[in-house]
Design a protein around this ligand. Sequence first.
Ligand code: MLT
Length: 267
Amino acid sequence: MTTLHVPVDGADLAVEVQGEGDALLFIHGFPFSSLMWYDQIIALTRWKRIAPDLRGAGRSSAPAPPDGYSMAGYADDLIRVLDALDVGLAVVCGLSMGGYVLLELLRRHPGRVRAAVLCNTKAEPDSADAKRERDRLAELAQREGTPWVAELLVPKLFAAATHATKPEVVLAAHDMMVRTPVPGMVGALGALRDRPDSTPTLRTIRVPTLVIAGHEDQIAPPDGMRRMAAAIRGAQFALISDAGHLTPMEQPLATNRTLAAFLDTLR
Ligand code: MLT
């Protein structure tokens, strides 16, 4: 795996790039990093896999918020990444916050998205209560540090089977959360709180789309994801069992099989 450093507006992004061929861009969720896509990057060898750390995440630099922290800012950063790699068109796969960014890419830069994979995500904006919870978490991150945020999030992230039989997956996710720089976490929480309603976007999507849900996802429950798929013209829907909110990490084989079958239809 090669790590490139791509300068974007006010930040420097670390981007994992592997393989040659048509481009497949992975966008991680909050508060994670490109590492969450490890099992997909290893497996989907017929594609040029591109997995950036968003600004303020992983090994990318973390400008002080609110600098560039919005779904639009993240989306524009990713266009700089594609430009730097000379990629015109990419299949884009986003999980949760990565899905919110993908929906923003489809609004702002539809000509760059060849096909969309929406994993464990939703189109609705935050409720008033959810917005207050974002502010509470941001305050907690600043006052107590990222381990406290990780402690709060871990119980909501995984299926029962993952907690019971895959401690290494829980540990890996925990590690990513703890390593997220505080300014990046606070910036992302503001971006999540202020993200626009993407439900009107769904019916405008004109590219092949796959929607992947985790059967036990508490954050983006499968019923909502099924409705999301129904609102997108021709979208496929896949429900993965024994998976919570981090389906690609919890069930890599089933996720890879589903992804590979969808990618095959694009060739
Ligand atoms: C994520 O995984 O990106 C977050 O759960 C998104 C969110 O909190 O809305």
